[in-house]
Ligand binder design. Structure first.
Ligand code: FEO
Length: 400
């Protein structure tokens, strides 16, 4: 553990930055902050793989300076143009005047559109292209739409080091740099959260990429993503988790996600949850007053059932529920089943709208939905428990 540049492999250093205070990443709550990882290779060509967010440029330069005079960098590889990894590129180009900058075809276009440069020495590389740094060779692998069109992996062949850009990452600020130095449960939770919130929409591409990597026979010894820790001890753990997440593998688990005005929908939610439990199916009841949208979708990553509840407000649903649906819909979870419920005073449109939202999310509905006027009676709550039974039975049937 050290705040300094860290030698990841002989002659290869982590020179990134730690963003302890980051709490929101375009709508995704990052309660542990994040890191922006950049890697410096000391070889005949001194090469920097990726940079950091503009706000952290000095921190990266300070770490590079612990290893070598930054002016000695002659090559920069940009695996991804998003500003958390390229934000300091302009400053770096001005500071070190690299002889060459390597990027995928889509990344070259994206860099132009970000930096509007005239004379940067950008060279385009495609899947299978190799670059010799001296003692080392790099193979490039385009990973289009994981998660931007420009995304790319760089594989340092002799070191077995896969620099994987956003893939296999986690928003996890820590003083430790490696998977074997942090608590595994928290790491896997943060990796799952990253997958659910960033990569889930591209799951078919993730599955295809894993297959491509397998076929290429890359001898991966270590995976170094651009966020979070480096998979040094057990890269197979994250590869295996990605295979499961990409396949949308779920377990016998139901989420009951709700918002409530005067506790009626809340009582209904608790009874639906109780009904699920009565069938020995795992349940998570999530009140949107306390649960962030990005934690809901993280729980959804391995849940087969999704039950949504909202009372009616102004002929619609409560805004926190609308927000959560808007967010979750874009993440394109598949192979889920569910239902809707809610209380109402007069109009009662929310359940119909929740049904429509479930249909749009391609969640297979196992009920027409359940509405209760004003305050639920004991009989109403029994009907909610029965709804829980129905969803749980469908979850169990779906797993056979
Ligand atoms: Fe971490 Fe797509 O940037």
């Amino acid at each position: 553990m050290s705040g300094n540049a860290i030698e990841v492999k002989p002659g290869i250093y982590w020179v990134g930055a730690i963003d302890w205070g980051l709490r929101d990443f375009h709508g995704y709550s990052t309660e542990l902050g994040s890191t922006y990882n950049a890697f410096l290779v000391i070889d005949e060509h001194v090469t920097l793989f990726d940079t950091v967010k503009a706000t952290h440029t000095e921190e990266m330069l300070w770490r590079i300076g612990q290893v070598i005079d930054p002016q000695r960098i002659d090559t920069i590889v940009v695996n991804h143009a998003e500003m958390d990894h390229s934000g300091s590129l302009g400053r770096m180009v001005e500071a070190v005047h690299p002889e060459r900058i390597f990027a995928s075809p889509a990344c070259e276009k994206a860099l132009k559109a970000h930096f509007h440069y005239r004379d940067w020495p950008v060279r385009v590389v495609k899947t299978g292209d190799r670059l010799n740094l001296g003692k080392r060779n790099v193979t490039f692998l385009e990973t289009r739409m994981l998660h931007w069109p420009d995304s790319m992996f760089s594989f340092l062949e002799e070191d077995g080091l896969l620099i994987s850009s956003d893939a296999f990452g986690a928003h996890y600020a820590s003083s430790e740099r490696f998977d074997d130095e942090v608590e595994t449960g928290e790491l896997m939770h943060q990796a799952a959260k990253y997958y659910a919130n960033i990569l889930n929409p591209y799951s078919p591409l993730v599955a295809a990429l894993l297959e491509q990597v397998r076929k290429l026979g890359l001898k991966i010894d270590m995976i170094a993503p651009d966020h979070g820790v480096i998979w040094r001890k057990d890269p197979g753990r994250i590869l295996s988790a990605y295979a499961d997440w990409a396949a949308q593998k779920t377990r016998e688990k139901v989420l009951v996600v709700f918002d409530s005005m005067w506790h009626s929908t809340e009582k209904m939610a608790e009874s639906v949850g109780q009904g699920v439990l009565e069938k020995d199916v795992s349940v998570q009841v999530m009140d949107l007053h306390g649960w962030h949208r990005s934690d809901v979708v993280t729980e959804l990553l391995d849940a087969r059932g999704l039950v949504l509840g909202s009372p009616t407000l102004n002929n619609g649903m409560l805004p926190r529920m609308a927000d959560m649906i808007c967010y979750a819909r874009g993440l394109r979870f598949t192979n889920r089943l569910g239902a809707a419920f809610g209380s109402y005073g007069w109009g009662g449109e929310a359940v119909k709208l929740l049904n429509e939202a479930l249909d749009e999310m391609k969640v297979r509905r196992v009920s027409e939905g359940l509405r209760v006027q004003y305050v639920p009676t004991g009989e109403d709550l029994d009907r909610c428990r029965e709804l829980g039974h129905t969803v749980a039975a469908a979850v169990l049937a779906d797993s056979r």
